[in-house]
Design a protein around this ligand. Structure first.
Ligand SMILES: [Zn+2]
Ligand SMILES: [Zn+2]
Length: 314
């Protein structure tokens, strides 16, 4: 093992190496431009516009896509069951160790065993479930430091609390490959064709440490006060574009303009050569990503291109 001085030296050297070795942007493989006709126009608040925007210091031709923060091609919700006798139709999904679970009344009843922690108790003596069923409850619970009153609750925020929310995406029209993945934390990793965000992983530790669940609906999405409806999982509900060659269907765009495709190809097989972000190259599609499995809480892991911007308006 290293002592403290050696560690400080190693960290300093790594920083210097990174600083002297800035990220390089270069087209690599086939370049596929973003196709604005893929987006569902019903959910767009304005026509998709072209604009030159400086991204990481580079003047870049971008599309500006402004959408309502809601889904149109599938219903949103339900998220939390309200009674221990409720079945899977009354709740959404939750995940642990890569697996997806239906949030039923029975699932809620056994959370203490599921997490091996007897402090879990989301239900009352009359078998009703503690749900944040008001705007106030949603605001108090859907944040990193869950208010005491909302601990041991099933947390849900309804889309109607945030009807006026909109999201603007600025994405490069011709995506450019970067020599290394972008390390900054992004507010969104991309968007579906309905204009809804693909978000970074839900903050599982913050959620669980307050003894709360923040279920996704069966379509992989839920609502928060700062971004409206957004996805943490891809479950086959959103608009897909079938690929002629049996490759997994396209499901949206990453914030760097590269396409995002479903996890599995026509034969139900995942890709085996994915990089640290969940992307790879092929001759038809150039660089592109594949969504991770729904239980993984990670649609794509990072962005490997020149990254656009995303602005949420509340
Ligand atoms: Zn979320
Ligand atoms: Zn692929």
């Amino acid at each position: 093992m290293y002592n403290k001085k050696q560690l400080i030296f190693l960290v300093t050297v790594s920083y210097l190496l990174l600083a002297c070795n800035p990220v390089e942007y270069k087209q690599k493989g086939k370049v596929v431009k973003v196709d604005p006709s893929h987006f569902i126009t019903d959910n767009l608040l304005a026509e998709i516009e072209e604009k030159v925007v400086k991204l990481d210091g580079i003047e870049t031709d971008c599309y500006v896509i402004k959408s309502r923060s809601r889904a149109v091609e599938h219903p949103m919700g339900p998220w939390c069951p309200t009674h221990l006798s409720d079945g899977a139709d009354k709740g959404g999904i939750w995940f642990k160790d890569g697996k997806v679970y239906d949030v039923t009344g029975e699932f809620i009843a056994h959370l203490d065993k599921f997490y091996n922690d007897e402090e879990w108790k989301l239900y009352r003596e009359d078998s009703s479930i503690n749900v944040t069923n008001t705007l106030e409850g949603c605001l108090g619970a859907a944040k990193p430091n869950v208010e005491k009153a909302y601990q041991n609750h099933c947390v849900e925020c309804l889309p109607e609390y945030f009807e006026d929310q909109s999201t603007t995406f600025i994405i490069p029209i011709s995506p450019v490959y970067a020599s290394r993945p972008s390390s900054s934390r992004h507010k969104a990793l991309g968007l579906a064709f309905n204009g809804v965000k693909f978000d970074p992983p839900a903050p599982e530790n913050a959620i669980l440490s307050a003894h709360t669940l923040a279920p996704l609906d069966d379509h992989g999405g839920h609502v928060n006060p700062h971004g409206g409806y957004h996805y943490h999982a891809v479950t086959g509900s959103i608009k897909e574009i079938k690929q002629e060659d049996g490759h997994a269907p396209m499901i949206g765009y990453a914030l760097d303009g590269f396409g995002i495709y479903a996890e599995l190809d026509e034969e139900g097989k995942p890709s085996e050569d994915l990089d640290e972000c969940g992307g790879h190259f092929d001759e038809l599609r150039g660089y592109h990503y594949h969504a991770g499995p729904a239980g993984g809480n990670q649609i794509i892991k990072c962005l490997h291109g020149l990254v656009g911007e995303q602005i949420s308006k509340e």
